[in-house]
Ligand binder design. Structure first.
Ligand code: NAP
Length: 470
């Protein structure tokens, strides 16, 4: 495939191979953009912004709705492409394609609701005889950078709100997974988006990403990815708005009055979807000591029943990780935890990029898996004796994206809501729960700002205040 600059599909001097992680077969190639091509994309976006800022809301909304329709028409093909490039199962691929369409629909609706408020100037003595209001104006060129694990829907969370807000976009997808994103570019053009408003440049983060983030003509960076790269971007970006959607090692708490069967059903999904490569994957499972044995009796058979393997086989539950090397790192992280005293209750064996779904018990806090983001098909189980200890364990993390609690006791639920240091609390649900309209994002090393079209649009617009002398 080629990259998209100003409505033209462009080749590069060098190519990047996009691989199926299950067998390393080449699915396609994309160009690696040169610095001159990055400059071309920025100039194109400058022209795109001049068009977008003048486009009325109903037209922006119509383009977004049409994009959603086109994504829906192509769900099966896009789902398959996502399965091939990410390694997610066919069902996970279809689900992501469907959610991307939904995210564009939400953005289409929000495009019609961007407004300000009147300002009570006369609250100050020198504001007597003044009247006015503020409006929201598009911020300018938005640079979107996405990770490999949800290429299409995370792009939709940046591109959709940017169009809704009247911005132009330069989008750099992850090098491992750019294909569905380039298809999305075709559909945006077909939906009637002015060609210079969407520029999709492929190439590595260290070259293309760096150039974009540092450029002063770009007013906003919307980044989803790892905490290390996010912190680096914040240093490079200078005076521009940044949204940072970063990683986590999310925890779920199982209280002694929990519905254990319901919790085990959801952990089976939350811990292993997309081979655990989800920012809100359920990584830590904290179980009240009074129900520990019963909960493990529910959980272990469910995890052992998961079928890991070729993601393009409809019967597979857990596909490969993104590369063999990263799968080998996971194997090493499991070995380190076990050497430090953890017990491996099931899974953990590796074949190529496929890691068998694993359950570890009593993982030492100082090991990699005890304190960092695993981003792998595994959960780490620990016991606790009361709600205070559970909350302390949840908060004993550099991250704070989402957390879950299973309980029938409203006081426990509210203590958790008040005390957990996270961006989202899920009651009787795993932390992996997300719908695309909700405000989504984290605290601490999990990031800054919130996505979900309404909230992303706030960050892609500036307030302009107006005063009239009467
Ligand atoms: P990553 O290595 O941080 O890469 C993310 C993106 O940043 C890629 O497009 C990458 O390009 C680019 N990049 C790398 N270095 C850069 C630089 N110096 N300047 C600008 N861009 C740069 O993350 P990943 O491994 O793809 O994804 C996994 C991470 O994403 C996990 O930590 C996960 O938790 C997080 N995540 C967070 C959310 C959320 O909403 N909070 C959602 C999904 C994933 P290349 O691909 O070319 O290296």
């Amino acid at each position: 495939m080629r990259m998209l600059i100003g409505g033209t599909w462009i080749e590069g001097d060098r190519q990047i191979e996009v691989l199926n992680p299950f067998d390393d077969s080449v699915i396609d190639t994309v160009p690696s953009a040169s610095p001159e091509q990055v400059e071309e994309a920025i100039r194109s976006a400058e022209r795109g912004f001049e068009v977008m800022r003048k486009m009325p809301a109903h037209q922006r909304s119509a383009i977004l709705n049409r994009t959603a329709e086109l994504l829906t028409e192509h769900t099966e093909a896009l789902g398959r492409l996502l399965a091939q490039e990410v390694g997610k199962t066919l069902n996970e691929g279809r689900t992501e394609a469907g959610r991307a369409a939904e995210t564009f629909t939400l953005a289409a609706e929000e495009a019609k609701r961007i407004h300000g408020e009147t300002v009570p100037y006369d609250a100050a003595a020198h504001g007597t005889n003044k009247m006015g209001f503020f409006i929201r104006v598009p911020i300018g060129i938005v640079c979107a950078i996405t990770p490999f694990n949800f290429p299409l829907n995370l792009a939709a969370h940046k591109v959709g709100p940017a169009i809704a807000a009247g911005c132009a976009i330069i989008f750099k997808p992850a090098s491992a997974t750019p294909l569905a994103d380039l298809r999305m570019g075709e559909l945006l053009l077909e939906a009637g988006l002015p060609p210079e408003a969407i520029n999709i440049v492929t190439g590595s983060g260290e070259t293309v990403g760096e150039l974009l983030v540092a450029d002063e003509r770009i007013r906003k960076v919307s980044f989803t990815g790892s905490a290390d790269v996010g912190k680096h971007i914040m240093k490079t970006a200078g005076l521009k708005k940044c949204t940072m959607e970063l990683g986590s090692n999310s925890a779920v708490v199982i209280m002694d009055d929990a519905d254990l069967s319901a919790a085990a059903d959801r952990i089976r999904v939350g811990g292993y979807a997309v081979a655990g490569q989800v920012c809100i994957s359920t990584q830590r499972v904290l179980i009240h000591e009074a129900v520990f044995d019963d909960m493990m009796g529910e959980l272990l058979p469910r995890v052992r029943g998961l079928r890991a393997g070729d993601q393009l086989d409809e019967t597979t539950d857990v596909g490969p990780m993104i590369t063999r090397d990263i799968a080998a790192e996971t194997e090493g992280n499991i070995r380190e935890a076990v050497d430090g005293g953890a017990r491996l209750l099931c899974g953990g064996e590796r074949d190529g990029a496929v890691v068998q779904p694993a359950v570890l018990l009593d993982v030492p806090r100082e090991s990699f898996l005890g304190g960092s983001e695993a981003f792998a098909p595994l959960i780490c189980v620990n016991r606790f004796s009361d709600i205070d200890e559970a909350i302390r364990l949840v908060n004993d993390s550099p991250y704070g994206l989402q957390a879950g609690i299973y309980t029938q006791n409203i006081n426990n639920a509210f203590s958790f809501i008040k005390e957990a240091e996270v961006g989202g609390v899920m009651v009787n649900e795993v932390p992996t729960f997300r719908v695309d309209g909700m405000p989504y994002g984290g605290v601490k090393d999990s990031g800054l700002g919130r996505e979900g079209p309404r909230f992303a649009i706030e960050d892609m617009t500036e307030i302009r205040v107006v005063a009239f002398s009467l």
